[in-house]
Design a protein around this ligand. Sequence first.
Ligand SMILES: Nc1ncnc2c1ncn2[C@@H]1O[C@H](COP(=O)(O)OP(=O)(O)OP(=O)(O)O)[C@@H](O)[C@H]1O
Ligand SMILES: [Mg+2]
Length: 245
Amino acid sequence: MLQVKNLHASINDKEILKGINLEIKAGEVHAIMGPNGSGKSTLSAVIAGKEEYEVTEGSVLLNNEDLEDFAPEERAHKGIFLSFQYPIEIPGVTVTNFIKTAINSTRKAKGLEDLPAKEMLKLIREKADLLEIDRKFLSRSLNEGFSGGEKKRNEIFQMAMLEPKLAILDETDSGLDIDALKVVANGVNKLKSKDNAVLVITHYQRLLDYIVPDFVHVLHNGKIVKSGGKELALELEEKGYDWLK
Ligand SMILES: Nc1ncnc2c1ncn2[C@@H]1O[C@H](COP(=O)(O)OP(=O)(O)OP(=O)(O)O)[C@@H](O)[C@H]1O
Ligand SMILES: [Mg+2]
């Protein structure tokens, strides 16, 4: 599904990613761990196509298609979902209205008509029930006064609605408490299928007790320095990152 080949990327002429190789197949869950500043968020931003970053070498392919020339919205329409894509507060725009707009713009890009209101409502209720989201939450203004856990809930709800092929969840800077970790984990586990894939970026070995990854990769100084199975996360917790340098 996703192939990252010898990816080098810079920001303001500073090279951050220094040759990343990563292959994610449909049905797999991959976790990326690594010290602060190693390039984890940069990697997710580059996959999502954020324009501040310059790809200087290598490529990112989604289902064998090179994403180089596609803008972030186009990549989203192709099925790449990046968490924290919409961290802004939008007073007056509810969680429901925001997702309706997002769904219909994706449909439009595919040449489809807007989803009829009744079907949209049905879908929203179905996904909210699946994720045990209170209906009241759906009529709140987007991110306004949301707690960390509520932001996560909203993000997972967006993911459930948009049904991405590849979901990238960057959990680093959010100070997740155990409830928020469970929101993320339950959401991911319920939405996981043989046709989609998930890339979780996390500092928390604990999260990986709930979302069991097929592969764990360690990023250090812009390179993947080690890959392994879920046991690698435990080893990292015990030994830290120094032994991998
Ligand atoms: N806009 C920017 N301008 C300058 N340097 C940047 C910019 N964005 C990222 N960097 C630098 O790139 C490096 C990698 O940052 P990145 O956010 O990818 O790390 P990270 O692995 O996600 O770290 P953390 O675990 O703290 O979230 C850091 O040294 C950071 O300062
Ligand atoms: Mg980060």
